[in-house]
Design a protein around this ligand. Structure first.
Ligand code: SF4
Ligand code: SF4
Length: 453
C-alpha cells in the first residue's frame, strides 16, 4: 500500500514525516551545524525570511538509526526488487485507481484535470496565474514571459519510464508496469546526432525511470563519451538498480565512462525512505552506496567521478537549506554507515502526478499551493532549470524541463499533449535559444524557498 502508507505517514505526524521539521527547526536555529560568517551573511542578505516550510511539525530527534545492522549486503546483488514492487502495487488501491483512470481517460485528460485542480486551489486563495504573479512580484509594468536567453547547456534525456521501484512521490509515475514507454533506437541515434551538432551542450543528464534498465542506456553513454570526451555525463540512479540481475558490472561501466551519479536518498532513516520508496529500499540503497564507495565513488582523492545525493521532502513541506542539510547528511551517513558522498541537492516536491494526487486526496493541495506561493523567492529566478536545459521525452519530444515533459507541455505547442517539436524537427539544440518557455501554475514549485532546479 505504497501511497496509502505515505498518507498514513503524514497522519501519524509524530512519528515519521514530523521527524524532518524538528530537524528543519534545529537547523534554522543553527544548533547542529557550524557555518562560516560569509555563508551566514549571504543567506541572511538573499532570503531573510524564507522558507517557512509549511505547517507540518517535525521531530527529527525521533529518528533512531540502527548501527548494529550489517549494511554491507552482497546477497542483495543480483536479487531483483521488481517482484516485491509488483506485489506492493497489486495491493495499493490508490495506485490501481490511477492506473484505471490512465487507461480509461488517457494521459492528456489526466494532465488537464491536474492543471484544473491546481488552478482551483489557487483561485480559492485569490492567487493569479504564474505569469501575472511574477509581474506583481517583480514589479514589472509588462507581462513577464520566461525566455531562453542563451543556447541550452544541459541535455536531459528521459530514456524511459520503466523502473524497478514505484515511489509514492514519483513525478514521472514510473514503475515496473511502464514497459512500453522506452526510447527507441532511432530516437537515441538522433539525440546523439544533435549532441554532436550542439557544442553549447556541456552536460548530458540521463534520467528515467531507472535509466540503466533501458536497453540503449550503455550505448548512449559510450557513444556520447566517444563523441565528447569533455562532456559531463550524469546518471540519475535510484541505487537499487545496482542490485538488479544483469547489472553486476554497472558500477565499473559508469566509472570507466566517467559518469557522475546523482542518486535519490530522501532521508537517512530506514522508516522514512521505505515509506516513500518501498519496503526494503533503504537497506538496498545503503548497500549500493557502500558498493559505490568501495569502487571509489564519493571518496575524496580517488579520482572517481562524483557521487551526489538528492533529498526531497517526505510530505507537504519545503526542503531545508541545502548547505545545512548536506552537512547533516554527511555527518549521519558517515557516522552510522561509513558512507561518503560529494554533494547533496534538495528538491521541492512539484505539485504534479503522484504527489499532486496524494495532496488532492488528502485535501492538502490548496495548502501546498499556498505554501509555494507565499514562499516565492525571486532569487530562484536567476537559475531556473528551464533557462539552461532542454528536456527530451522517451518518444523524442522536446520540452523546457522534466516537469513540463510529465505534464505534456511540449516546446512549440499551445495544447498539452498535442503536436510540438521533436528531435527530428531541429538541426541543433542551439536553435532553441530565444524561445519562450512554457509556464503554468506548477512553476510555483520552482520559485518557492530555495528552488527546485
Ligand atoms: S526510483 Fe525514481 S523513477 Fe523510479 S519510481 Fe522512484 S522516483 Fe520514480
Ligand atoms: S516547472 Fe520550473 S523549470 Fe519547468 S518551466 Fe516551470 S519554472 Fe521552468
Amino acid at each position: 500500500m505504497r501511497l496509502s502508507l505515505a498518507v498514513a505517514g503524514i497522519c501519524m505526524a509524530a512519528t515519521e514525516v514530523q521527524a524532518f521539521q524538528i530537524f528543519h527547526e534545529r537547523l534554522s536555529r543553527g544548533r547542529t551545524i557550524t557555518r562560516s560568517a560569509s555563508v551566514e551573511k549571504e543567506a541572511a542578505s538573499s532570503t531573510p525570511d524564507l522558507p517557512d516550510y509549511g505547517k507540518t511539525s517535525v521531530e527529527v530527534d525521533k529518528i533512531r538509526l540502527t548501527r548494529a545492522k550489517p549494511w554491507r549486503r552482497e546477497d542483495l546483488f543480483g536479487n531483483t526488487l521488481i517482484d516485491q514492487t509488483m506485489d506492493e502495487l497489486q495491493n495499493d488501491a490508490e495506485f490501481q485507481d490511477t492506473e484505471q483512470r490512465l487507461k480509461s481517460v488517457g494521459a492528456a485528460q489526466m494532465s488537464k484535470e491536474e492543471r484544473l485542480k491546481r488552478r482551483r486551489a489557487l483561485d480559492d486563495l485569490g492567487i493569479p496565474s504564474f505569469e501575472d504573479f511574477l509581474q506583481t512580484q517583480l514589479q514589472s509594468t509588462d507581462k513577464v514571459t520566461l525566455t531562453r536567453k542563451k543556447a541550452p547547456t544541459v541535455l536531459q534525456i528521459n530514456i524511459g519510464l520503466y523502473c524497478n521501484q514505484a515511489c509514492a512521490h514519483c513525478h514521472v509515475e514510473s514503475s515496473p508496469l511502464r514497459t512500453e514507454e522506452q526510447m527507441a533506437n532511432d530516437v537515441v541515434l538522433q539525440c546523439l546526432e544533435l549532441l554532436k551538432a550542439s557544442p553549447s551542450i556541456q552536460t548530458l543528464d540521463i534520467t528515467g525511470g531507472a535509466p540503466e534498465l533501458n536497453q540503449s542506456f550503455r550505448y548512449l553513454v559510450t557513444m556520447a563519451r566517444d563523441l565528447r570526451p569533455d562532456l559531463e555525463i550524469i546518471d540519475r540512479c535510484n541505487l537499487t538498480v545496482l542490485q538488479e540481475p544483469g547489472q553486476d558490472d554497472l558500477v565499473d561501466f559508469l566509472k570507466e565512462n566517467n559518469v557522475r551519479i546523482v542518486a535519490s536518498l530522501p532521508c537517512y532513516s530506514a522508516e522514512n525512505v521505505n515509506k516513500q520508496r518501498g519496503n526494503g529500499v533503504f537497506e538496498r540503497s545503503i548497500a549500493a552506496l557502500l558498493a559505490l564507495n568501495d569502487a571509489g565513488y564519493g571518496r575524496p582523492d580517488s579520482g572517481s567521478p562524483p557521487l551526489d545525493l538528492v533529498y526531497n521532502p517526505l510530505g507537504a513541506f519545503l526542503p531545508p537549506e541545502q548547505v545545512k542539510l548536506e552537512a547533516k547528511y554527511k555527518e549521519e551517513l558517515d557516522e552510522n554507515f561509513g558512507i561518503l558522498f560529494n554533494s547533496l541537492f534538495t528538491m521541492t516536491n512539484m505539485p504534479i502526478k503522484r504527489f499532486a494526487d496524494f495532496l488532492y486526496r488528502r485535501g492538502e493541495l490548496k495548502d501546498y499551493m499556498d505554501l509555494l506561493q507565499r514562499n516565492f523567492n525571486k532569487d530562484t529566478m536567476k537559475s531556473l532549470m528551464c533557462f539552461d536545459t532542454v528536456s527530451i521525452g522517451y518518444d523524442g519530444k522536446i520540452f523546457d524541463c522534466d516537469f513540463n515533459q510529465q505534464l505534456g507541455y511540449g516546446v512549440g505547442v499551445d495544447e498539452i499533449h498535442q503536436g510540438g517539436l521533436s528531435v527530428f524537427d531541429v538541426d541543433s539544440f542551439e536553435s532553441l535559444q530565444d524561445q519562450a518557455i512554457r509556464t503554468d501554475n506548477h512553476c510555483f514549485g520552482c520559485t518557492a524557498g530555495m528552488g527546485s532546479s
